[in-house]
Design a binder for this molecule. Structure first.
Ligand code: HEC
Length: 371
């Protein structure tokens, strides 16, 4: 006897078999064995971070020997002295109840390198995973799949567009479904039609108190944003330029606009979205710009600081304040906001993220800091 193994190709599967039999049920393997050689803890509940390692199998499939309590959650074993296949790694990620970020990365690899498998993964993630961030990533990837995967991916997205039209899609995913459908709609007319139908079914604009049209709120921007990305937009987006006009988290900052400290506690979500999209509809008291024509022909412009039955207190752009008797006013414009409407400056996604961030600002300023 020159070797004590049966056959080179059978060595690793047999060694894994032996390990599993000796484990008294503590170890299991994933489907796809022996092509996919992934050994996992059978008692793994998936709620905690999984530690997965792997590599070529040397004198024995050594990594599998380190799977167990206090050790690895799973091992992805390759052939003798060969790295595990990409299939095995991906299988380990999907079956191992891995964290969402890892699954998102696996989806990205699938979209690029295994486009024919993407649609079914997308379907499973949307229907079966309870992870909004992962589902959002899946839909973002769906919009940009390679040509070969478009038809199958489009069919999954078309299904979700139907659910969207029936308002069966959670608020957090509506924008993502719409954007995936819009992107795929460039080559799949069925999806372009579904997007058009959704847009046509939106409520019509009404007329606000100031006589200007008020657009109904696009509900898909209310929920599902990421507050960290939102903070990044508010702090760093050059054109959005929030900090040029607002105090946000720090005590100091510009007071062209109202302080946003604690705004998430003071205002509902809908109000914040409205403030970003149509600043003119809801004007924070003391921040409306008006211009006034007096009976003597003079004109003044500024923000209304205070209004009583017979006076109007204005602050001009240079900071000077004046109290005008209403009896001297010939005409005045409705108040407008100096804040630019943010759609167009920011993307819809960014606006959704900013709403999430503003909602997270729940710390009220200390009393003595109020002015
Ligand atoms: C050119 C100045 C300017 C810029 C830039 C600006 N804002 Fe404003 N903002 C204002 C003014 C003035 C108001 C008060 C008038 C109003 O309600 O529209 C306001 C109001 C708001 C309100 C409502 C606050 C309340 O108490 O009612 C929110 C929320 C808000 N801004 C957020 C933002 C965010 C987020 C950005 C950046 C993406 C931003 N603003 C950029 C000037 C600005």
């Amino acid at each position: 006897m020159t070797q004590f193994i049966n056959a080179r190709e059978a060595l690793v599967p047999e060694a894994i078999d032996g390990l599993l039999r000796g484990s008294a049920g503590r170890l299991a393997r994933l489907d796809g064995f022996p092509h996919i050689k992934v050994v996992v803890r059978s008692d793994w509940d998936g709620a905690k971070v999984a530690l997965v390692s792997g590599g070529g199998s040397g004198h024995e499939p050594a990594h599998a020997g380190f799977v167990g309590q206090g050790m690895l959650t799973a091992a992805v074993c390759g052939e003798v002295f060969a790295s595990p296949s990409a299939d095995a790694v991906l299988a380990g990620i999907w079956k191992g109840r891995s964290p969402g970020e890892l699954k998102a990365a696996a989806l990205e690899v699938t979209a690029q390198q295994r486009p024919s498998e993407f649609a079914s993964r997308l379907e499973n993630v949307l229907a079966g995973e309870n992870d909004i961030a992962l589902q959002q990533t899946a839909l973002a990837l769906a919009g940009g799949v390679p040509e070969a995967a478009k038809a199958a991916t489009g069919a999954v997205v078309a299904n979700w567009m139907k659910m969207l039209l029936a308002t069966e899609v959670p608020m957090e995913l509506r924008l993502d479904v719409l954007e995936a459908a819009t992107a795929l709609g460039a080559s799949l007319p069925e999806l372009a039609d579904a997007v058009a139908a959704y847009e046509a079914a939106r409520p019509k604009p009404s007329v606000g108190a100031n006589g200007l049209p008020v657009m109904p709120l696009p509900k898909e921007l209310l929920k599902g944003g990421d507050k960290e990305r939102g903070r990044d937009v508010v702090t760093n987006h050059l054109a959005g330029n929030c900090l040029a006009c607002h105090v946000v988290e720090a005590a100091e900052g510009s007071n062209v606009g109202p302080s946003l400290l604690g705004i998430g506690k003071l205002k509902p979500r809908e109000y914040l979205l409205e403030a970003l999209l149509q600043p003119g509809t809801v004007i924070a008291p003391g921040y409306g710009m008006i211009s006034v024509t007096l009976k003597d022909g003079n004109a003044l412009a500024g923000t209304v600081l205070e209004e009583t039955a017979d006076t109007l207190k204005l602050r001009a752009a240079d900071g000077s304040e004046s109290v005008l008797p209403k009896s001297e006013i010939a005409a005045q414009t409705p108040p407008i906001s100096v804040m630019p409407p943010m759609l167009g400056i920011l993307t819809k996604r960014e606006i959704r993220d900013v709403v999430a961030y503003l909602m997270s600002l729940t710390k009220l300023p200390k009393k003595e800091e109020e002015h």
